[in-house]
Design a protein around this ligand. Sequence first.
Ligand code: 5GP
Ligand code: ZN
Length: 113
Amino acid sequence: MSDCIFCKIIKGDIPSTNVFRDEQVTAFRDIHPAAPTHILIVPNKHIDGVDTLAGEDEPLIGHLFSVAKQLAVQEGIAEKGYRLIINTGEHAGQTVNHVHLHLLGGKPMQLMG
Ligand code: 5GP
Ligand code: ZN
């Protein structure tokens, strides 16, 4: 997806503060952090969102969560707790149409809704 900002970040065409990379996912710090730790964990292949996930993507999505869990330990937020979010569509406030898992922590969170 040539016009996708996260594809550009993954390719290295746009600078980002990367905290993890393997053959399946890239994780980098959110440019507008909503918490002391705010990391985006993003599949290296373009998928618009949860709505367009295919059955074959199930292991990939599981891997996003495994990486999130590892990064929470690395960031020192695992013990106190953290929040994982995937926004999907307009009402959820999805602004980048490349599926991504938010890892938020480092302070008590507000209730959702
Ligand atoms: P969404 O609202 O789609 O769930 O989350 C998109 C997130 O991407 C937002 O939290 C936003 O701050 C972040 N973001 C948008 N553009 C960039 C960028 O160019 N670099 C980084 N690091 N984060 C971005
Ligand atoms: Zn993309």
